[in-house]
Write a protein of this length. Structure first.
Length: 537
């Protein structure tokens, strides 16, 4: 039994024709501008996907048995049908990032050992062309979302769908680790149920809600907090025509806030998006500002997360819209753990209290739990509960190291303020950066930069930035031109960024550059990252 699918069946039984997904159609579709799917549509489409996957796997295949299935499908109804279809066939859904270049996609294909890949097809030919050559080169079975979801003239074989136990793996979401390479965090269906129900309870989700989805779908924020919570609750999840960071349209979001037909009640985003919305508002004519502010004010709740929300941005958003943003804290391995209250004080600079079903403790540098009287003392957050993930894929040692006496070690340090509010102080490791709502590994970026023919050595750090939370910056030791480096030009930021964008996701590409004769190091020869940070301040 897959809890989210069973919940959908229950909703469909109450009102099968209720719209729950609204998304733009593909540009080549002549039926209209928007798709509106009910639970019945989603259940039927996902069953078709599951049956085709099993039929294509083998004549007698009745269960994918937790095989990972990678897919690169743009946000929308087909994306959801593919995800649920993988689940219903017994597989692990591995969503790929639409903004990642081929080297990062290839890494996930290799790390998962996936044997099945699903591309975008006609929904997004550019995305399809990015994944298919990589998948075919590795000998993967390849489908497109259109082949799996769309109608076909020949009847499907009567493939039986497996009875999937909720303790089985559901999602594998990649997150950067302190080792410098992303790790696949495996979450079970039971874990997902715990993550969803905690948020539905804490944030008052109901079937009357309607949320605008503007977040990526390879990230817990967009996958669980928005999409899964909406589908669990019977709410409507509406995708924009241009979702995601690279094509985010602030004016389009403001217009949607103000549309009185099918009014929105919820909105969730990262601080960077709220910053872009404020910039668009500031640049609009006075009359437009009034209309936009009035539209946003009609929503019942707006949430910010995935990076620290600057207090100045929180206050300005409240001045513009009347909304006190609700800030929360979580990560890929645990879902959400802390949240400011739906009702009551949403204290700026804090992430509130433990969510229902989540246990939190703080430990000192020796791993000893801090007492109630030591709330002002910084301590690393450790989390326990049914929402915590199962394992890192194929990394048993990393999984063991991630837990301490049954508690998951987050690596984040916090204090507890008066009233029990948690305030985050930052990462234990300076090698994990938060930029634009994403956690990225400085070590991973360094590995890529060192492959540049003009770079001898480098150190990547994050520096505070009001727009992005942290800016990714790089200090490098260039190879001298007379030492046989390729090319005859000096290393510049513009040239480095152009080179890196073919190898790294755009939010990982350094935005500032310092060229040094040598990196600052300690007596043991190790680079001292705090000293590197000072070079950029």
């Amino acid at each position: 039994m897959i809890p989210l699918v069973e919940r959908a069946r229950a909703h469909a039984g109450e009102r099968e024709d209720r719209t729950v997904l609204v998304a733009p159609r593909a540009a080549s579709d002549t039926e209209g501008s928007w798709e509106e799917w009910s639970y019945g549509d989603l259940l039927a489409a996902s069953e078709t996907v599951a049956r085709r996957l099993l039929a294509g796997w083998g004549e007698s295949a009745q269960d994918l048995e937790e095989r990972p299935v990678v897919y690169l499908v743009p946000p929308g109804t087909a994306h959801v049908a593919v995800q649920w279809g993988i689940w219903r066939a017994g597989g692990i859904a591995v969503p790929l990032a639409t903004m990642h270049p081929p080297p990062e996609l290839e890494y996930v294909l290799e790390d998962t050992g996936a044997e099945i890949a699903i591309g975008a097809g006609a929904l997004d030919p550019e995305l399809d062309a990015r994944l298919r050559p990589l998948a075919e080169a590795r000998g993967l079975r390849c489908w497109t979302a259109g082949e799996l979801v769309g109608a076909v003239p020949d009847p499907l074989p009567e493939t039986l769908l497996p009875d999937v136990d909720p303790t089985r793996a559901a999602l594998m979401v990649y997150t950067s680790g302190t080792t410098g390479r992303p790790k696949g965090a495996v979450t079970t269906h039971r874990n997902l149920e715990a993550q969803i129900t905690a948020l539905v309870d804490a944030w008052g989700w109901t079937a009357e809600d309607r949320i605008l989805h503007v977040l990526p779908l390879h990230h817990v924020h967009g996958l669980v907090n928005v999409l899964a919570c909406a589908l669990w609750s019977g709410a409507v999840c509406e995708f924009l025509s241009a979702p995601g960071f690279p094509t985010f349209d602030a004016e389009e979001v403001w217009r949607r806030f103000g549309r009185e037909e099918d009014p929105l009640s919820l909105f969730m985003a990262v601080p960077t998006i709220y910053g872009r919305l404020l910039a668009a508002w500031e640049g609009a004519p006075a009359e437009q500002r009034v209309a936009w502010s009035a539209g946003a004010a009609r929503l019942r709740l707006m949430v910010s997360g995935s990076a620290a929300l600057p207090v100045s941005r929180m206050e300005r958003w409240q001045e513009v819209t009347g909304h006190r943003l609700l800030e929360r804290y979580g990560m890929t391995e645990i879902g959400m753990a802390l949240s400011n209250p739906l009702q009551g004080e949403r204290r700026a600079g804090t992430v509130g209290f433990p969510l229902p079903g989540v246990e939190i403790r703080r430990v000192d540098e020796t791993g000893q739990a801090l007492a109630v009287g030591e709330q002002a003392m910084p301590g690393e957050l450790e989390v326990r509960g049914p929402a915590v993930f199962r394992e890192y894929w194929r990394r048993p040692e990393a999984t063991r190291e991630a837990f301490h006496d049954g508690w998951f070690r987050t690596g984040d340090v916090a204090v507890v303020e008066e009233g029990g509010y948690y305030r985050l102080l930052g990462r234990q490791s300076v090698d994990i950066l938060k930029t634009g709502g994403y956690k990225v590994s400085a070590l991973e970026i360094e590995e890529v930069l060192r492959t540049h023919p003009r770079i001898q050595d480098c150190a990547v750090v994050g520096v505070p930035d009001p727009e992005w939370g942290e800016r990714v910056v790089a200090a490098v030791v260039p190879v001298a031109l007379d030492q046989g480096a390729e090319g005859d030009e000096e290393l510049t930021l513009e040239a480095l960024r152009a080179w890196a964008k073919d190898r790294l996701a755009v939010y990982k590409v350094p935005s500032r550059l310092r060229c040094l004769e040598d990196l600052p190091r300690n007596a043991m020869g190790k680079v001292t990252k705090p000293a590197v940070v000072k070079l950029f301040q």
